[in-house]
Design a protein around this ligand. Structure first.
Ligand code: ADP
Length: 324
């Protein structure tokens, strides 16, 4: 393989830059030319493509965001969009593409592979919602950001004997809520994966209050609020009305998507970026890389997309048992 493309697509995540760097450097080390495609599949369709050299990716390993920018590209979903992309790849001499993003982006990668341009997907999303890997680049940074912010919220909840409802991201997976909930000693964790309800959280506040607790953190995932058509402020109001404890809501939002990637995200980004280049160079395409039992693995994209996310019930049980 002489020339490959690399793009970031869908929602951004800390560690995308570290992944671009790993892909670029691993490819150049094999004498493969790397072309950066800007703003996801949009850049392919609009030919916003520039060669990346060794120094083009200097000083980005520690930066949040993505130097290639990211976007959603509805024109790429129908087959005619994909075929237009294939023509441009042929024209530009791009023989394979590494797609950094989430499930949606991998569907684009699969379509391109099926039309003759082999693609490898690298899971990069803060939500950890990709079933074919135990870990997605960006997750650790997002969890740590949410934890730090939740600690601050806890300080003020503690000073005022309040309850704080903190909404974290994760529309399709409650992993950020679970991990930060346990790390911050949340009284309750509301996720779409469990039947635990707002009424259960209210009961728990009342019980723990009897046991001498004065401040409470209720972590709620975006998937729970979306699924129950309720927002964090409404949950706070319900809790306050039912318990008499002054309750405030904080929606952490996009702060969780930014910031310098943690060590773990930089290391995993480097491993997955390197492995993706190895696959493309070995003539493989239509695959996604990931981590299973601490080893780097790869799956055919369709197989990966058909896998079901597994929620860590054991960790949820532990959180429930020890936070009162
Ligand atoms: P994520 O990759 O974070 O899951 P999206 O679901 O928004 O984000 O997908 C990102 C992009 O991937 C879309 O804007 C589109 O360009 C491409 N894409 C998504 N679904 C498909 C599909 N079924 N076929 C082709 N391309 C797709």
């Amino acid at each position: 393989m002489k020339t490959i493309g690399v793009l970031t697509s869908g929602g951004d995540a800390p560690g995308m830059n570290a992944t671009i760097r790993a892909v670029t450097r691993a490819a150049i080390a094999k004498n493969i030319t790397v072309k950066g495609i800007y703003r996801g599949f949009n850049g392919l369709l609009n030919r916003h493509i520039e060669e990346l050299e060794v120094r083009s990716v200097s000083n980005i390993i520690e930066k949040g965001g993505t130097m290639l920018y990211t976007a959603r590209c509805p024109e790429f979903v129908p087959l005619e969009g994909v075929r237009k992309g294939v023509k441009i790849c042929i024209d530009e001499g791009i023989e394979g593409i590494i797609v950094i993003g989430g499930d949606g982006s991998f569907r684009g990668a699969k379509d391109l592979s099926n039309e003759g341009i082999p693609c490898i997907g690298i899971p990069c999303t803060i939500d950890n919602d990709i079933a074919s890997t135990e870990y997605t680049v960006g997750f650790d940074t997002a969890m740590n950001t949410a934890m730090e912010l939740m600690d601050k919220v806890r300080d003020t909840a503690q000073s005022h004997d309040r309850c704080s409802v903190v909404e974290v991201m994760g529309r399709r997976a409650g992993d950020i809520a679970l991990q930060t909930g346990i790390a911050c000693g949340a009284t309750s964790i509301l996720v779409k994966e469990k039947d635990y309800t707002i009424d259960d959280a209210i009961k728990r506040i009342n019980t723990t209050r009897t046991g001498g607790k004065h401040h409470f953190i209720v972590v709620v995932s975006e998937g729970f609020t979306a699924g129950n058509k309720i927002d964090a402020n409404q949950i706070a109001l319900k809790i306050e009305e039912a318990t008499g404890v002054e309750t405030r809501a904080t929606i952490l939002g996009h702060v969780q998507r930014g910031g310098a990637p943690t060590l773990r995200d930089r290391v995993v980004a480097s491993q997955l970026g390197y492995h993706a280049v190895e696959l493309l160079n070995a003539g493989k395409g239509n695959r996604v890389v990931g981590i299973k039992n601490n080893a780097i693995v790869d799956y055919e994209i369709n197989e990966a997309l058909s896998m079901q996310n597994v929620f860590d019930d054991e960790l949820y049980k532990i959180a429930k048992t020890i936070s009162f």
